[in-house]
Design a protein around this ligand. Structure first.
Ligand SMILES: [Zn+2]
Ligand SMILES: [Zn+2]
Length: 914
């Protein structure tokens, strides 16, 4: 049974599923659409089709006396639901840190969904509640700015409750409220409202729904999630969920009746951009055009932009314009709308800690930013409007509704500026690719896949190609396809499970009770394959959260690996021989305390460093991943650029300051919902916690994370942390390698002794080592200079003797070959050069040993190179040596790694010369 069958099933029993008390009270009647056969409820007895086939009858003539811009539409909504006993919840981040399968929050209900095992559970922080949830979606990018109502970022008003918990309600009250919101809140007349029957299917749960429309515009959808399971095997949920989602953009639009929803939803942004760019406005033409688009895009074309083009032709005709006239008029508006949307989305995403990049969720952010930048460029606006200024306009307006944006104003500007300058510096390369495309004539045949490849490899957007006149339009499926390639995260981290552990009880974790327990007694519950041991309790920390496992002994047998399978800790032993413990036996376990202690210090140091990095660099810094070992630790953070030496020092100084302050490390278990509310989603630095309780590690306000690892009791125990290396390992991710505690001391000592031996070798002291080193470098340079001078003097007699030693071949060539392990290429270049000057028939071939490989140097005299080219010899000889070479007639060079083929290579040269 699919969605259609389910809809038919629900609609076959409307009294059970769809009829709500409001319909009786107000006299709504149920009708079947005479065009698509959907069922709908209306007060208008004459109406015989559903709102899907209806023109937007509110543009230019809104069906209410209230005029509510975006923020005021929210204020009205907030007021209404607050008065009706709903808790108003602050929006959740647009970066979805609590679901592994999503990068971004795509709907309001996602806020309250948590995945435990394979099941989605609903967790509501209040009941009932309303949330103004910003949602990001990248599957409709090509319609954004063109259709009048598509966005990459929009606010979904989420009205959510658990029907069976205190405060909850079900469909009668839900629709009463929504109807009240529309009529009293927005001032819309009851006759203008139509409810359409529909179904909604989510992961592991589904239900029926009523979509509500006003004058052809869908404003919201009230989903009654009643069943869990799938459509073939389901039961009523113990906690049924009301999930009503309405578009705030639409609430505002219906009251304003502007040509597009963009005109009323970006505050003063559109108007300012129109002024700054000097765009011609004619409200009448604009209204007429977008009214036509809204109707026709929805119903006749399915919304692809090649058909938007057809659509434009059609509309142009209707309006008595030529296609060019209409385009010239509409294009600047489409550009302004698109840019406004894209930058607003970036404001939220960057504020919530995301970075544009080439990987993961950052991918779509860079796509839309580059799209906005190329539109600015294409319309010649790049010197008039800067993207960061648009961001500021958005924040100025939205801070009344989302005050947290103000805190990130500077971060947003920093990232936008950086990305814009990266874009303009990459334009040079993009230009040259565009040039070669133009001349290759392939441009006309560019497929969507070609365009995707161009974006992925050179960052070239189709908008840029349009600007260059290489393509006529952006293919409708380009952004959709691109987004599909980068939508969901893939997490595949499955090691082969050990069989036979399924029925064992969870292992009691002594290291959580008291980390100082290193000796313990336990009962053996299971032995698998003579090497995997499961105990009833253990002090061994299993591999997890980037922390390496403990080692030690069980009954004197070495424990080499500890892992966790579901709730069961498995100890892998090695070299037990006949002493493998038996099931039911009581054993004594010993954890290698020194190793544990060092790992614990490195682990706690990652917390300290992570927050130090964020404080030193910016709020976009998150832990990307981490690894903690006995001898060192590694922390990968999200950051846009390679770190400067100064930045590394700053992080190091801050971290060591926190260590010296000796902050207590407080570990407490919280209900997950409480932890999220109290500490925000910052707690998920190490990823999602798939349980209903979370263990919060709080370094006294400096750093608060959900973490299951082992930690010191106060930061002073770490002693010292030293960053030994920082490196940009991928776009948007920087790796810090560090040492802590005793490992840091050893590292310092090692550096110190290296310095001492350098000083000694230089015959200097540590204090003067830099000075002495500089002098040594100068001396070496001087020596080289002297050698070169000497070489010039001796090269003539040596060259003469080479000419004499050379084999006189029948071909007329004088061949000299040598393999040299002592003298370097400088020598052979000087001698070869001189030798062919003296003997025009000479071919000079030197193979020079260099580290792991061989360098090939070939000179051919003026007469010789008429018969054989130096480049050809270099190429063939290098090939023989497993490498490659080239050059010109007179001089060739190359190299290879196969030192065992030197003889063969020299013979080959002779063959070639003959
Ligand atoms: Zn219909
Ligand atoms: Zn931790």
């Amino acid at each position: 049974m699919g969605k259609k069958e389910l809809a038919a099933l629900f609609s076959s029993n409307p009294d059970r599923y769809y009829k709500v008390s409001l319909f009786d009270k107000m006299g709504f009647t149920r009708k079947k659409c005479n065009r698509c056969e959907k069922f709908f409820w209306t007060l208008d007895t004459a109406r015989d089709f559903c709102p899907d086939h209806e023109n937007y009858g509110f543009i230019g003539k809104p069906p209410t006396n209230k005029r509510l811009d975006y923020v005021n539409a929210w204020k009205e909504t907030e007021k209404f639901f607050r008065a009706n006993d709903h808790k108003i919840v602050r929006r959740y981040p647009v970066v979805c840190r609590w679901r592994e399968d999503l990068y971004f929050t795509i709907a309001s209900i996602v806020d309250f969904q948590r995945v435990i095992g394979n099941q989605v559970v609903f967790e509501l922080p209040a009941n009932p509640l309303v949330v103004p949830q910003m949602c990001l979606r990248f599957n409709d990018i090509e319609n954004v700015g063109l259709s009048g109502r598509h966005y990459t970022g929009f606010c979904m008003i989420g009205q959510t409750c658990n029907a069976d918990a205190p405060g909850g309600y079900w469909k009668d009250k839900c629709i009463d409220l929504d109807f009240g919101m529309l009529t009293k809140g927005l001032g819309i007349k009851a006759e203008d409202i139509t409810f359409v029957e529909d179904v909604w299917m989510g992961a592991g749960a589904f239900g029926y729904s009523l979509e509500y429309f006003v004058r052809g515009l869908e404003l919201g959808n009230a989903v009654f999630t009643e069943f869990e399971g799938n459509e073939n095997d389901y039961r009523v949920m113990p906690n049924k969920i009301i999930d009503m989602g309405a578009g705030l953009e639409r609430f505002s639009w219906i009251t304003m009746g502007t040509p597009t929803s963009y005109d009323c939803c970006f505050g003063p942004v559109v108007g300012k951009l129109v002024d700054m760019t000097g765009t011609d406005t004619d409200q009448e033409v604009l209204t007429k055009y977008f009214e036509s688009v809204s109707l026709k895009l929805d119903n006749k074309t399915g919304g692809s932009s090649s058909s938007i083009r057809d659509l434009k032709l059609l509309i142009a005709k209707e309006m008595n314009f030529s296609e060019e006239q209409l385009s010239a008029f509409v294009a600047p508006f489409e550009a302004i709308y698109t840019i406004s949307d894209h930058i607003r989305t970036l404001v939220f995403a960057i504020s919530d800690g995301a970075l544009p990049s080439n990987v993961g969720g950052g991918y779509n952010l860079r796509v839309i930013l580059r799209r906005a930048l190329s539109i600015l460029e294409r319309l010649g606006w790049k010197n008039i409007i800067r993207v960061e200024d648009i961001a500021e306009l958005h924040i100025d307006y939205l801070r009344q509704m989302y005050p947290e944006l103000e805190d990130h104003r500077q971060d947003v500007k920093t990232i936008l500026q950086l990305e814009a300058s990266r874009y303009s510096s990459s334009r040079e390369r993009m230009n040259s690719v565009a040039m070669s495309l133009k001349s290759s004539k392939k441009a006309k045949e560019l497929t969507v896949d070609d365009l995707i490849r161009l974006y992925e490899s050179d960052g070239i957007t189709p908008d840029f190609l349009m600007e260059q006149g290489i393509v006529q339009n952006v293919p409708s499926t380009f952004y959709t396809k691109l987004a599909e390639l980068h939508t969901s995260q893939v997490s595949s981290q499955s090691s082969k499970p050990i069989p036979g552990l399924e029925d064992l009880p969870p292992t009691k974790l002594l290291y959580y009770q008291d980390e100082s327990i290193h000796h313990f007694h336990a009962k053996v519950l299971k032995v698998v394959e003579g090497k995997y041991i499961v105990l009833d309790q253990t002090a061994f920390y299993p591999r997890g959260g980037g922390q390496e496992p403990d080692t030690g002994e069980i009954e004197g047998v070495k424990v080499v690996e500890v892992t966790k399978q579901a709730d069961v800790v498995v100890h892998k032993i090695e070299g037990g021989g006949g002493r493998i413990p038996a099931e039911e036996q009581t054993v004594h376990g010993t954890v290698n305390g020194r190793r544990r202690d060092l790992i614990t210090k490195h682990h706690t140091a990652t917390h300290v460093l992570n927050s130090a990095s964020r404080n030193a660099l910016g709020s976009w810094v998150w832990q990307n991943s981490a690894f903690k070992e006995e001898t060192y630790g590694r922390l990968d953070i999200t950051h846009h650029s390679t770190l400067t030496r100064e930045e590394v020092k700053k992080i190091e100084r801050m971290a060591n300051w926190v260590i010296r302050e000796n902050h207590p490390v407080i570990i407490k278990t919280y209900d997950r919902g409480d932890a999220e509310q109290q500490f925000s989603f910052r707690i998920y630095q190490g990823g999602i916690v798939p349980t209903s309780n979370v263990r919060i590690v709080n370094i006294n306000g400096w750093d608060i994370e959900a973490c299951g690892g082992t930690h010191v009791r106060s930061t002073g125990e770490i002693g010292l942390v030293k960053i030994v290396k920082s490196e940009r390992i991928q776009d948007g991710v920087v790796r810090l390698e560090f040492v802590a505690g005793e490992a840091a001391v050893s590292y310092m000592q090692q550096l110190d002794s290296q310095l001492a031996s350098i000083a000694q070798a230089l015959g200097s002291s540590r204090e003067k080592v830099v000075e002495s080193f500089d002098k040594a470098v100068q001396d070496a340079e001087a020596t080289k200079k002297k050698l070169r001078a000497m070489l010039r003097v001796v090269s003539v007699p040596i060259a003469k003797s080479i000419s004499e030693q050379a084999k006189k071949l029948d071909s007329g060539i004088h061949l000299y070959t040598t393999y040299d392990e002592e003298l370097d290429d400088d020598y052979h270049i000087a001698i070869g050069e001189k030798a062919i000057e003296l003997d025009k028939h000479l071919v000079y071939l030197a193979l020079v040993s260099k580290g792991q490989g061989i360098r090939v140097i070939v000179f051919a005299g003026e007469a010789a190179c008429k018969k054989v080219k130096a480049s050809a010899i270099a190429k063939q000889v290098s090939g023989k040596l497993g490498g490659s070479g080239g050059g010109d007639n007179r001089f060739g060079q190359g190299g290879g790694k196969s030192k065992d083929r030197i003889r063969e290579a020299l013979l080959l040269a002779e063959e070639v010369a003959r």
